[in-house]
Design a protein around this ligand. Sequence first.
Ligand code: SF4
Length: 362
Amino acid sequence: MRMKDLDIQKRRLTRKVRVGRIGIGGDSPVTVQSMLNASTKDVESCVRQIEELKDAGCDLIRLAVPDEDSARAFGEIARRTGLPLIADIHYSYKLAHLALDNGAKKIRMNPGNMRDFAEIKELARRMADAGVPVRVGVNGGSLDPKFEGKEESEALAESALECANAFESCGMRDIVLAIKASDVNTMIRANRRVAAVCDYPLHLGVTEAGTLRSGLVKSALGIGVLLRDGIGDTVRISLSAPPVEEVLAGKTLLRTLGLRKDSVEVVSCPTCARTEIDVEGLARAVERATAHVRFPLKVAVMGCPLNGIGEGKHADLGIAGGKDRSVIMRNGEIVATVPTETLMPHFMAMLDDHIAEYSKNH
Ligand code: SF4
């Protein structure tokens, strides 16, 4: 095997779809999405949650539209936030039309529970005219019964492609496919199947992935394997946890694979008998303090000056915490030794310096 084959593969060529000003596919960077868990009818809570997701670096935000009141509230939320919002629709074509009336910039529909092709075509014609894209979102748990009996990944792929064809037949080109399953291997197989036969951008996710720990492991595995193969244009890490955790996990995944560089990587030591400070607490404080940084920055948080200085030298900024005195490093050099109780203010001043210098040079 050639070394090249072991590297992350070049992204598969897909057509570019626009959701407001955000591109999915084509030459756009892989984007991070999440979905609100507040009631869409609760406008204040939704606006607050959207601001939180935006600050965490979320590119695209989806809201469920389960009834007509939610569709109307969707319009108010879109106006208040000024963001391109995605309406999540199940079962009802009427709600899809209402969401469009209320400014939805993309509609997610599930062909497992929206199977009337005459209705789909009417919706497709309207969306094509308005330039609003669709996400055909197929889920293992709600597959069209007519595909029962087939191997699951094949059934998922066929259902998605059949629905996409119906949209295409009405002149609609702005189509994103999402094929999700709770079983990671099924999800990987199904996405590989469609990636081999179409140029639709793919939204990747493992559905019903679970709580924070199992959800992160399953999603990182399923989404990560595909992204490494060059498959995938936008991701959602589904978690039974606050949506902001989905965004932070998505950003971390993309940064880890080198697909996005616009966020901070905080590395910290695993701690051991030599640890002299609260590494976990300090690493979390550093994560919070650097969450707004939108350029590549690596920060190391180490639990002792003895080994931490050497191990933290590869980072742009580093802290090696000691019981009484701690060391701050920048670009591999020790730049300050400070009393541990004043470590965070000193680190913040160093961070501000670093940000100012980066902004001057870029
Ligand atoms: S940096 Fe120090 S405290 Fe952390 S694991 Fe290494 S030796 Fe242990």
